[in-house]
Ligand binder design. Structure first.
Ligand SMILES: Nc1ncnc2c1ncn2[C@@H]1O[C@H](COP(=O)(O)OP(=O)(O)OP(=O)(O)O)[C@@H](O)[C@H]1O
Ligand SMILES: [Mg+2]
Length: 366
């Protein structure tokens, strides 16, 4: 019987180079998360320094490290110890991540390659958040890196729709978006205790949104989808200021009244100098879950006439389908849970039309 030669330290370190932090998506070695690795024959001891002591991804990081190191030939046991970074190490990491401690919107600068899409409507309950969540998941599924910013600070619903129950990790004062369904999310819901009322007003509100945009480690995604609150209030104005290159998508339902309200959102876009990329009509017809039969529920052609009026494309019409709401409640967007359902197909078509509508813009921005 021959015993394998004892592994060399640099083989173990090379294996650790392949381990990424699940949230920062960088090798843990580059993030300064690995302490002094000790080797004793086939026994490796790997000290890991977490960005925060109670890191919710602790177990996952531990699993990744143990798996990578135990794959090194000759390693028999791996002992992973977990500790937290010192304040100084954390500050170093934070400034390394954000390129200094500058507090500016990374999406406002001319060299930002991120296409920002804000989902708006003058009216509540028309499906903005459901559409924002599903579009983000579709874009991510198409191979793009995607951030989803829940700008509905009072009535946030993105965490539930995306199935996230944990809170966001802070590295020093930089917030880490939470990963779900391939999308990186940030929401007030990740910062406050569940169901506690959010009471920010005026300047505080603007400050909170500024934090979400500037003090979050978005890592230059291809797309940033922003879920706006209903109406054309302070939040929307703040968002326009922080994300001056955002294109707006206006959501309406078929009825004339909804269309009239949706028009207000478009008027606001104009006032704050944001482009409207298109209109999405939601709840356009009803799909019976038992028979699959389609029924017109709301009379009208709100999406069509609004898009004509605004001179922008109608990106699509989405049926009212109970599975959309169920999927949202269960935290798995319908495009993931029922990708072949009529609503999921319609949403997928909307995403394609949106990318198409944004293409000249993205190209012009280089
Ligand atoms: N196409 C659809 N079919 C069935 N249910 C839908 C559809 N679109 C949205 N819903 C449901 O309607 C409700 C409102 O949707 P959603 O929260 O997305 O709207 P919203 O415009 O973001 O609302 P708010 O203005 O309160 O933020 C949710 O329960 C959602 O699951
Ligand atoms: Mg909403």
């Amino acid at each position: 019987m021959t015993t394998a030669p004892a592994p060399a330290l640099d083989e173990v370190l090379r294996a650790l180079d392949e381990v990424e932090d699940p949230e920062l998506r960088r090798p843990i070695t580059a993030l300064g998360m690995v302490g002094d690795v000790a080797l004793d024959g086939g026994r490796a001891t790997v000290p890991i320094k977490l960005t925060v002591a109670g890191c919710p991804l602790k177990a996952e990081i531990q699993r990744r490290v143990a798996q990578a190191v135990s794959a090194v030939p000759g390693i028999e046991t791996v002992h992973v110890t977990m500790d937290a970074m010192t304040d100084q190490e954390r500050t170093g990491l934070r400034s390394g991540l954000s390129g200094g401690l500058a507090r500016t919107s990374p999406f406002a600068s001319d060299d930002s390659g991120t296409v920002v899409v804000a989902i708006a409507s003058g009216k509540g309950g028309v499906g903005k958040s459901s559409i924002a969540a599903n579009l983000a998941v579709i874009l991510a599924g198409g191979g793009h890196s995607v951030g989803l910013l829940d700008a509905d600070v009072y009535g946030y619903s993105i965490p539930r729709m995306m199935g996230v129950t944990r809170r966001a990790v802070m590295v020093d004062d930089l917030m880490m978006p939470v990963d779900a369904h391939g999308v990186r999310l940030m929401s007030v819901g990740f910062l406050t205790a569940e169901d506690s009322p959010v009471i920010w007003r005026g300047p505080m509100l603007h400050k909170a949104l500024t934090n979400f945009v500037s003090d979050t480690y978005w890592d230059e995604p291809d797309f940033l989808v922003v879920d706006l609150p209903p109406g054309t209030g302070d939040v929307s104005l703040s968002v326009a200021q922080l994300l001056p290159k955002a294109a707006m998508v206006v959501v309406t339902t078929p009825q004339l009244a909804a269309q009239r309200v949706a028009r207000r959102a478009a008027a606001m876009a104009e006032r704050v100098d944001l482009a409207v990329a298109g209109v999405i009509e939601n709840m356009s017809w009803f799909v019976a879950p038992d028979t699959g039969n389609a029924y017109e529920v709301f009379p009208g052609d709100g999406g069509e006439s609004l898009s004509r009026e605004l001179g922008v494309p109608l990106l699509g019409r989405i049926p009212l389908e109970p599975a959309v709401a169920d999927a949202g409640d269960l935290g798995t967007p319908i495009v993931t849970s029922h990708p072949t359902s009529p609503a999921a197909r319609a949403l997928t078509a909307c995403a394609a039309a949106l990318v198409n509508a944004l293409r000249p813009r993205a190209a012009a921005e280089g």
